[in-house]
Every structure is written in structure tokens, then in C-alpha cells.
Design a protein around this ligand. Structure first.
Ligand SMILES: *Cc1c(COP(=O)(O)O)cnc(C)c1O
Length: 450
């Protein structure tokens, strides 16, 4: 194309309002805001003036230069086989929860009784759903996360007094946060009893006295002590006459047959715990939240503590949690209970779909379907494998898959990249195949030609 005469270029540069009125550009404005898009238009106009861009390419150039979302958080496909992956935001939410969150994002009757117009209990529908799920509880409270629930319980029951806790339960919950520090930050004093591997009822009896605010049981959810061990059941501690706070961690409300070692709220309360605290975004499968379930007067005492206001859950959390409780089986449950026979069949189909295109890295690598255990993750059920299957790829795929526009997170194992479909909804297997094809194309392009 002949270059336009410099004097003509200014007239050829598309006007800003004309570009902004383009339907696709208008859509980008609704996503990213006018200022951001206008800035991108100005850059493109400058390129036209410099002769680096044709006038008819301005809209396309603006659209490709803009991000697809207003957030930098990037959705990823979790092919790690880790069901509750903390680095991937723990529980993926059900469609029901996502819709409830979107519906609650505007003005919503979270603290209002529409029948009378009077103020009402915040998140009452969510609390009712919790009590329906756990009738053993007299009352419930929702806070920001499990740690907040625990801090609120120990503060309200034991600030300035003692929290009696077994040395075997002084755990670090991750990222350097340790429960002993968390509890002492509330102004309660820790009274440690027993030893790392064994704590007996006599140890607790010797420590409980007039200065005891509560006994705390912390489920060691991210490690296991094996061998010569002893701990005291909730029932026996509850008989000592001081409130028992049970931090069950993972948020099982009732026993689960696949997770026999995981404590649950209903059993603990039936055994006499005053309150159970746990996370809402681990095995429960909901949004980040902390649950407090327990005896009505104890929960009410917590609810009235000033700290409760500082850790209260927002409306979208309450909406998402209620929909998780009342809605269909959660993605966490689907992944946890995935049928190994089904996983194998899906893996075989995936392997067949991608085999021809997989780039050989290292001699003799073949795409195989191999037995691979998934794990609960997220500080739950350590040492409890979830039998399943995975597709093997060359190790180089792991980084390539992670670098895609829609990243796929796989697992590295003995120099292989394992793609585990456990945590992927079955209707997204095609997305996984596509990601592997794209990664393969990139690896092939990067390979030196022989
Ligand atoms: C996960 C966990 C916590 C912390 O809960 P968050 O929701 O991450 O704040 C506390 N205690 C136990 C036993 C846990 O497993």
C-alpha cells in the first residue's frame, strides 16, 4: 500500500468518539471503564500518526491491547488432583453459589425483614441453612474465615484467662501462621498439657481450674502423628465442666465415609463440645468463611463480643454459603467422590484425543494413563489418598500449560507431568485437551529444528 502523504494522515486517524462507539469497544468499556479504553485508543491513534498502524486497524489493535477482565486474577484449570488447593483459592464454587453471589452483589435484604421493613438478623437464611444441616447446634454464626472463628471463640471465652490445649495440637496452619501465636494474640494464656504424641484425660484434669476459660481441641489437619499416640475424645473433655471449643478445620458438617479420620461438627456437638469452629471453603465447598456452631448461649455470647463485628462475613459470602448448603452437590464433593472407573475412562479419552499431537521431549516418552492418587489438600485428611488416574505428559509440559492464556495446573511426579481430571468438571475435558494441544504447539515451536 502506498504511504499516504504526511499531510493526509491527520485526517485519516479515526476520531476517538468513533472508535469508542464501535460495539466491541463499547463492550470493553462496560468491562474496563471508559478511561482505560480511551487511553488504549490514544495509543493506537499515535501509532497511525507514526505510520505504524493502518487507520482501519485501530479497533482491532485497541481490542487486543486490552485485558479481557478488570481483575488480574486468572482462572485456571486445576489438574493437580488436589481437591482443596489453597494456592488456587481452595473450594471452587458451585454454579448455584456463583449465581447467589452475583444476585447478592447489589442491594439485598441481608439485614432487613421485607415483610415489616424492620431490621432483622444478618444472614438469617444462611444461619437457618446451617442449623438445618446440623440440628445438633442450637445456634450458628458466620465470620470471615476459620482462623477468625477460632480467635473469636477463644477471645470471647478466655481473654485474660487460660486456654487449655494439648501439645500435640499446637499446629502451624500454613504460611507461617501458628495457632499458639494466634490464640495468645487474643490476650488468652495458653496452658499446654501432655506431650507431642500423647495427652491423657489426667493431663487435662490437672490443668483445668478456676482460671480456665475453655479447653481447645485443634484438629491437626495437615499432618499425622503415628505410632505411640493418645488423645482424649471430646466426650470425656466435655465432662470436665468447662466449655470445649473444637476447631475441626475442614468443615465437614456430618461424617463422610471416605474420610473416617476427619472430625465433623454434628458428632462433636453431640459429644458435648460447646462450639465447633471450622472453615467454609475447605470440604464444605463454599466461599471463604468461618463457621461457629454450638450451644445457643455460647454462640450468642460470641455474637455479642465486639470482635464479632470486626470479623463479620459480607453479603456475598452469606449468599454463596447458603446456596452451597441448600444447592446441589458441590464441586468439592464431586472431586472427592469421583468414581475411579469414571476417571480412568475420561483419562483414556483424553489420552486418545491428544496422543498424536504430543511433542516428544526425551526419548521414548509415551502418553499413558496411570494410577494416580488425588489428595484432599487444603489442610484436610493428610495421608488419605483418593484413588484415581492421570494422563502422563513430558515434564516440559507443566510450565507450558501454566503459561497459557487459560492456564492448566498439572502435577509433577518423577520427571513426568501428570494431568489429573479429578477436580475438572467432566464437561470441561475438551478444554483440557485443547490446553494440551496449545502447549504442545508452543513446545514444538520452541524446539530447535533438527
Ligand atoms: C484451615 C484451618 C484453620 C484456618 O482456617 P482458615 O479458614 O484458613 O482461616 C484453622 N484450624 C484448622 C484445624 C484448620 O484446618
Amino acid at each position: 500500500m502506498p504511504q499516504p502523504h504526511p499531510g493526509d494522515v491527520r485526517r485519516l486517524v479515526p476520531r476517538t468518539d468513533a472508535v469508542l462507539a464501535d460495539p466491541a469497544v463499547a463492550q470493553a468499556i462496560s468491562r474496563l471503564g471508559r478511561d482505560r479504553v480511551r487511553a488504549a485508543v490514544h495509543v493506537a491513534q499515535e501509532q497511525v500518526r507514526d505510520g505504524d498502524l493502518r487507520p482501519d486497524e485501530v479497533v482491532r489493535s485497541v481490542l487486543v491491547s486490552l485485558p479481557t477482565r478488570a481483575t488480574t486474577l486468572t482462572p485456571v484449570l486445576n489438574a493437580t488432583g488436589v481437591v482443596v488447593h489453597t494456592n488456587l483459592g481452595r473450594a471452587p464454587l458451585s454454579t448455584a453459589a456463583v449465581e447467589a453471589i452475583a444476585a447478592a452483589a447489589g442491594a439485598v435484604d441481608v439485614e432487613l425483614d421485607l415483610a415489616t421493613g424492620a431490621r432483622s438478623t444478618r444472614g438469617r437464611g444462611t444461619l437457618a441453612a446451617l442449623l438445618e444441616a446440623v440440628p445438633e447446634a442450637g445456634a450458628a454464626l458466620v465470620v470471615n474465615n476459620g482462623a477468625a472463628a477460632l480467635v473469636l471463640a477463644t477471645t470471647a471465652l478466655a481473654a485474660g484467662r487460660e486456654v487449655v490445649v494439648s501439645r500435640g495440637q499446637m499446629v502451624e496452619i500454613g504460611d507461617g501462621f501458628r495457632l499458639p501465636d494466634l490464640i495468645e494474640s487474643t490476650g488468652a494464656r495458653l496452658r499446654e498439657v501432655g506431650t507431642t504424641n500423647r495427652t491423657t484425660l489426667a493431663d487435662y484434669e490437672g490443668a483445668v481450674g478456676p482460671d480456665t476459660g475453655c479447653i481447645l481441641i485443634v484438629h491437626p489437619s495437615n499432618f499425622r502423628v503415628e505410632g505411640f499416640t493418645a488423645s482424649v475424645p471430646v466426650r470425656e473433655l466435655a465432662a470436665l465442666g468447662v466449655p470445649v471449643v473444637h476447631d475441626t478445620g475442614s468443615g465437614l458438617l456430618r461424617p463422610h465415609p471416605l474420610l473416617p479420620d476427619e472430625p465433623d461438627a454434628a458428632t462433636s456437638l453431640a459429644d458435648g463440645a460447646a462450639v465447633v469452629t471450622c472453615s467454609g471453603d475447605k470440604l464444605l465447598g463454599g466461599p471463604q468463611s468461618g463457621l461457629v456452631l454450638g450451644r445457643a448461649e455460647v454462640v450468642e455470647h460470641l455474637r455479642r463480643h465486639p470482635l464479632a463485628r470486626a470479623v463479620r462475613a459480607d453479603k456475598t459470602t452469606l449468599a454463596g454459603l447458603e446456596a452451597t448448603l441448600r444447592g446441589p452437590r458441590t464441586p468439592v464433593r464431586e472431586a472427592l467422590e469421583a468414581d475411579p472407573v469414571e476417571l480412568r475412562a475420561r483419562s483414556e479419552r483424553l489420552a486418545d484425543a491428544i496422543r498424536h499431537g504430543v511433542v516428544e521431549h526425551g526419548a521414548g516418552h509415551v502418553v499413558e494413563v496411570v494410577p494416580a492418587d488425588g489428595v484432599v489438600g487444603g489442610g484436610g485428611a493428610p495421608g488419605r489418598p483418593l484413588p484415581g488416574w492421570a494422563v502422563t505428559l513430558p515434564e516440559a509440559y507443566a510450565a507450558a500449560l501454566r503459561g497459557l492464556a487459560r492456564p492448566l495446573l498439572a502435577r509433577l511426579d518423577h520427571g513426568r507431568c501428570l494431568v489429573d481430571l479429578r477436580c475438572i468438571a467432566a464437561d470441561r475435558d475438551d478444554d483440557v485437551a485443547e490446553a494440551i494441544d496449545l502447549a504442545g504447539a508452543q513446545l514444538a515451536a520452541a524446539q530447535p529444528t533438527a
